[in-house]
Every structure is written in C-alpha cells, then in structure tokens.
Design a protein around this ligand. Structure first.
Ligand code: ZN
Length: 427
C-alpha cells in the first residue's frame, strides 16, 4: 500500500541521493564534509574532525585530499575530464602536471575491457601515485601523440571527518547503525546506506524508544577504526550494531550474521527478513565495517544489511552504480525492515547466569518441575538453554533463535530463574 507518508519518504530519500551523488567523496576532504552537511539538514549530525597523523590502533589518519580539477588533454581538448565524472580520477591521486606520450600515459589509465562503456572506480589511499579511469571505448580511441596531464589536487596534512547522530532513549543501552561515506559518485555502494539510515533516524526522532540509537557516518575501515579508538567508553553500551550498504540495488534484502551468530540482532533480522523473502548469510571475516566493529578486541555484535552484496553484481564499483540502479521501493523496503527490526530489539532482554560454575541444582532451588510429561521436559530445556546462553550479551531473542524454544516460554522461565537468584537481567 502506498500512503502519502510513504510517498513523502520516497521523495525525501530520492532528493537526498540526488544531492549527494555528484559530490566527490573520499576518505578525507570536502566531499565528506558537504555530505554530512546535507544529511545534517534532516537529522542532528555532530561532525568530528581528527588531525592527519593521529594514531588509531594499527591505522594512522591519512593526509587530507581535495580536488580542484583533473584532466588529460590533447591539443587543448580534454579526453578525460574529472569535471565530467568524478570517477575519472583515481581517488587520492597526487598532484601532477606533465606532458606524456601515450605509452608513458598508459600505465596510469584504467578501464574495464569487458564493460567498455563503464568507468571503473579506483583508489590509491596507501600508495602515492596518480591515475585516471576511463571507458574502455574511449581508451581505445586514443591516438599516438603527446598528452597534457593535469591533476590539480592537494594531498597534505589536514583532517579526517566523520559524523555522528545520537538519539538518547530511556536507557543507555545502544543500537549502533553505520554507513560509510567515502565513495564518490556511486549510488548503491554508499549513498543508499546513508539515505536509508537518515530516514530511519528521522523516524526514530518522531517516536518513543527505550534504547538509545547512534548513527556513525564515517569513511570505511580507517574511519570506523578511528571512531572505535576514540569511543572506548561507549563500546560497553552497544548491544546491537548494523552496517548498512547496498540497499537500493538488485536482489533481496540480505543479512550477514554477527561473528557470534546467534545474538538477538541475528534473530530479529531473521524474523523480519522472512516477511521480505530475504536471505541470511553466515559470518565471514571479509566485508564492510562489521569487520572492525566485530573484531575480537571490541567484540560487538554487529551484522550487516544489504541487498546483493558487494562484488556480486556487475555494476559494483563502476559508473553503472548510478541513480538508475537504485530503486525507490527497495530503499523504502529497507527502511521498513529496519524499523521492524528495531521494534523487535526494543522488547528484548538479556540475562546473566549468576551460577555459571556447572549446572545449578534446579531441584534445590525449587525449579525442577514436580509433574512429569512433555511440559516438564520443555520447561527444563527452556531453563537449561537460558542458563547455557545467558552470558549478559545474548538476549532472549537470540536464545529463542538458537534453541527453537518459543520466546514466550523463555520469558516465563527466565522470570522464574531470576526470582530464584540464578539469572540477573543485564539489559
Ligand atoms: Zn565500495
């Protein structure tokens, strides 16, 4: 059903993506700041700047990169032009002014022979150099001769920028959502995550919520590691986290489980995605920033929501990932699925087993059912699952998913175990 509020939501999401699309984002620089300013018109974004050279665990904040202009020209006519498409310039290209023969130029040119009309997306964050990305059809048309190369960029100490939105709830326990903000004109891989997250936070701002919500809009990898390095005090409050990316492109909603595999977030997403004919995948160490949040040292229960994941659709990291690849109804479905997941998490509770050194004597605590039969067995199993998995981080939703015990039964058993002093509600 399409309501007027859903039409308004679609129009907002589309308008935001259209404004963000042309901006030249990278892991640092003006494009990220402009992006956060646009998002800040819809939700309260706090912008952070961290100086180049700042250490964040094994990473160092990069020099800041900005582009004024970049092109390759022959006889005054531009044959590759950053102003025509910002994917034409390899991100983090260092400044260059040179006259080169075609043979000298070729090692700096990148194209996709299999997709001759698409411009590839390339970066060079950690190796100084420069390059241009072209349609292969244009590359093949280049003739022998001398070319003028101008890369009018700056690559020097400055800062890395990230944005944060925090919506306090009735309790400090948090849900963290995150989307990367470091890709230039790519719509599905990057902008869809930002746009969906903005709409979810706008909705959360208009409703009561028990949990607190935090949105991180940071450059991929180094940006999230940087945030983690500066927010040690927050990490202990994060109960669930979701990385959002690729939500408007092809394929069904696809959830990647947390490293733990059976946390409440996993259970909530699985329940919700059943309604959307979604797909659930197991944890793998590769991917987006769930790699950082879920790393052993932080151990956060962070999954990822996308559609067809990165690298599995041909338009990925090319100019064909444009605004036509991203469809309004898919973005809207992602927003709805996230709000439904949040509803599930809002009602969840996690206990800690206060008697974890072997199984407690349930009979001594008056918990061993005196009647026989299936109901007694079910109740004992429900208690054993709760005692087995209540580590203070795994909520009832997660235990229900892993055990197959209905959540209502778990809820009743947990209350009885808590009354007997064997479980303590942690959050
Ligand atoms: Zn990407």
């Amino acid at each position: 059903m399409t309501t007027s509020s859903s039409l308004a939501s679609r129009a907002r999401v589309r308008a935001q993506m259209e404004r963000l699309f042309p901006l030249c984002r990278s892991i640092t620089g003006a494009g990220v700041r402009e992006t956060l300013a646009v998002v800040g018109e819809s939700i309260p974004v706090r912008v952070h700047e961290v100086a180049s050279g700042t250490q964040a665990f094994d990473w160092t904040v990069n020099d800041e990169w900005n582009v004024r202009d970049a092109y390759v020209a022959r006889d005054g006519a531009r044959v590759v032009d950053f102003r025509e498409h910002n994917l034409h310039l390899v991100s983090y290209s260092e400044p260059v002014r040179a006259s080169l023969t075609l043979d000298e130029l070729r090692p700096h040119l990148f194209s996709l022979p299999d997709r001759p009309d698409w411009i590839p997306y390339r970066t060079s964050y950690y190796q100084r150099g420069w390059g241009f990305c072209m349609r292969h059809s244009d590359l093949e048309r280049l003739e022998e001769g001398t070319y003028d190369v101008v890369v009018d960029t700056s690559l020097e100490p400055g800062s890395m920028t990230y944005g944060e939105v925090y919506l306090p709830g009735e309790v400090d326990d948090e849900v963290l959502l995150s989307a990367h903000v470091c890709h230039p004109s790519l719509a599905n891989d990057n902008l869809s995550g930002i746009a969906v997250a903005t709409e979810v936070f706008r909705a959360l701002g208009n409703r009561r919520h028990r949990l607190s919500y935090r949105l991180l809009l940071a450059p991929g990898t180094v940006g999230s590691v940087l945030w983690l390095s500066r927010n040690e005090g927050v990490l202990g409050r994060i109960r669930h986290g979701l990385v959002l990316t690729g939500l408007g492109g092809p394929g069904p909603l696809t959830y990647k489980r947390t490293r733990h595999g059976h946390r409440s977030l996993d259970a909530a997403m699985i329940r919700v995605l059943q309604r959307y004919a979604g797909e659930v995948r197991d944890y793998s160490p590769y991917g987006y920033d769930e790699r950082q949040f879920g790393a052993l040292g932080f151990d956060l229960a962070v999954g990822r929501l996308s559609r067809t994941p990165h690298g599995e659709y041909p338009e990925y990291h090319t100019s064909a990932d444009d605004l036509t690849l991203v469809e309004d109804d898919r973005l809207e479905e992602a927003v709805e699925a996230l709000l439904e997941t949040i509803d599930q998490l809002e009602g969840d509770v996690a206990y800690r087993n206060l008697s974890p050194y072997g199984e407690p004597q349930l009979g001594r605590h008056g918990l061993y059912p005196s009647m026989g039969g299936q109901a007694a067995t079910d109740e004992v199993m429900s208690m054993l699952w709760l005692l087995g998995l209540s580590d203070g981080a795994t909520g009832l939703l997660g235990i229900a998913e892993r055990s197959g015990v209905p959540i209502e039964q778990l809820r009743g058993s947990a209350e009885r175990l808590a009354a007997a002093g064997l479980l303590h509600p942690e959050w």
